[in-house]
Design a protein around this ligand. Structure first.
Ligand SMILES: [Zn+2]
Length: 146
C-alpha cells in the first residue's frame, strides 16, 4: 500500500510502500498526553519501505522516562508546528505513526483498543473491536491491511 503523510506546516513528510496495519486506538495515559487527544490512533507499518520527505533536521524527539523496561517511550514531532511524526522502533522493523497525519485514511478502520484500563473517564467505546486492558500483542498477519 502506498501512503504518504505530513505535518501541519508541511515541512516534514513521509512515504510508506510496505505493509500497513489498521488503527489501534490506544487509551494509555502517556499516549493521550502526547497527542492531546482522548485516544491515540496508532498505525504500524513496515520500516523497510518507509522514507522521510522534506527537512528531516526539523524532526525533534522526546523520550519519556522508562516505566517498566526498555525501549523508552519515544515521540517525534515537527519543531515548527508540533505535529506528531512517525517513530521507528529500533530493531523491530516497524514504524508507528498517528493516523491523523496521513494524507488518505480511506482504507483505515479501528481494529482494536489498547490500554483500556487507562482510558479517559469521558470515553465511551461504541464499536465492537476487541479491547485489551493493557498492551496487546503485535498484529497478526491477517490483521495487516496489505
Ligand atoms: Zn511541521
Amino acid at each position: 500500500m502506498d501512503l504518504s503523510g505530513h505535518c501541519l506546516c508541511g515541512a516534514v513528510g513521509f512515504r510508506l510502500s510496505g505493509w500497513v496495519s489498521p488503527v489501534q486506538a490506544c487509551h494509555a495515559e502517556r499516549c493521550r498526553r502526547a497527542t492531546g487527544a482522548l485516544f491515540s490512533p496508532e498505525v504500524a507499518a513496515s520500516a523497510e519501505a518507509f522514507e522521510w520527505v522534506g527537512d528531516t533536521d526539523l524532526i525533534a524527539s522526546y523520550e519519556a522516562p522508562i516505566l517498566h523496561a526498555p525501549p523508552a517511550y519515544r515521540r517525534n514531532f515537527c519543531k515548527i508546528c508540533g505535529s506528531p511524526l512517525p517513530v521507528l522502533l529500533d530493531g523491530a522493523g516497524i514504524v508507528v505513526l498517528q493516523a491523523g497525519v496521513l494524507d488518505d485514511s480511506t482504507a483505515l478502520r479501528v481494529f482494536r483498543h489498547a490500554f483500556v484500563d487507562q482510558k479517559s473517564a469521558c470515553t465511551v467505546i461504541a464499536d465492537t473491536a476487541p479491547q485489551y486492558p493493557l498492551q496487546p500483542p503485535p498484529p497478526e498477519p491477517d490483521e495487516i491491511l496489505i
